[in-house]
Design a protein around this ligand. Structure first.
Ligand code: PXP
Length: 237
């Protein structure tokens, strides 16, 4: 039964649209916890388009469940993470022009850089996860980088329109999940998951954690965040 990490970046996106102080992601984290979130996820991007350092520092002090910080393998943000010391850090790729995290981290292309980032975070006492495409070469490189967990990128599954191609993508996820589990790593998944497509991913054997943002925050606009989290939690557990 996977746990649910609620990504609150989109709350900060609305705030930054007006460069004001509302809505506050700190309030959102509290409401998500009340709705049953097992974790709060946030991405401190290098361009600071949504989450700010202030949010990370306050959330580090206030979140009672698992705090999961997504970050790129870059010097500045790694130093901030080591100082804030969230429970978990998930290394992701970052491109300024992307709308959201578009692909997994290419560990195979930069093994030393990722390995160093993993070691730096682990030395600060942080559990490290890598956000990877469901691809054997990436998973092997991720295992070699020394991380404790791998978050499988579910974007291809989520955007597959025909039923048969979604099933094929799910089978790929399940195969990669087996590889991750047999290598002794913890299995996470996320990206593009919604109330409609989440259950087959939640049912993948050994799935430990799902990180979901856009769909929950979208529903929250209609029904409130606590209710939106409660609805998602019911589907994944
Ligand atoms: N996991 C990771 C590593 C991500 O970068 C994101 C998007 O920020 C998510 C999960 C959540 O994706 P979504 O907002 O599509 O649910």
């Amino acid at each position: 039964m996977p746990t649910l990490g609620v990504n609150i970046d989109h709350v900060a996106t609305v705030r930054q649209a007006r460069m004001t102080n509302e809505p506050d992601p700190i309030w959102a984290a509290t409401l998500a916890e009340l709705g049953g979130a097992d974790g709060i996820t946030l991405h401190l991007r290098e361009d600071r388009r949504h989450i700010q350092e202030r949010d990370l520092h306050l959330l580090s002090q206030t979140v009672a469940v698992k705090l999961n910080l997504e970050l790129a393998c870059s010097k500045d943000v790694l130093a901030i993470a080591c100082e804030a010391r969230p429970y978990q850090a998930t290394l992701v790729p970052e491109r300024r022009e992307e709308v959201t995290t578009e692909g997994g981290l290419d560990v195979a292309a930069q093994p030393e850089r990722v390995k160093d980032a993993v070691a730096q975070l682990q030395d600060a006492g942080i559990v490290v996860s890598l956000f990877l495409d469901p691809d054997s070469a990436q998973i092997e490189a991720g295992v070699n980088a020394g991380a404790s967990a791998i978050e499988l990128h579910t974007g291809a599954y989520a955007s597959a329109s025909a039923k048969f191609s979604a099933e094929a993508e799910r089978e790929t996820l399940e195969r990669m999940a087996r590889e991750i589990h047999s290598a002794g790593l913890i299995l996470h998944a996320g990206h593009g998951l919604t109330y409609r497509n989440v259950q087959p991913v939640a049912d993948i054997p050994h799935m430990c954690e799902l990180n979901i943002g856009h769909s929950i925050i979208s529903r929250a606009i209609m029904v409130g965040l606590e209710q939106a989290v409660r609805d998602m939690k019911r589907l994944v557990t």
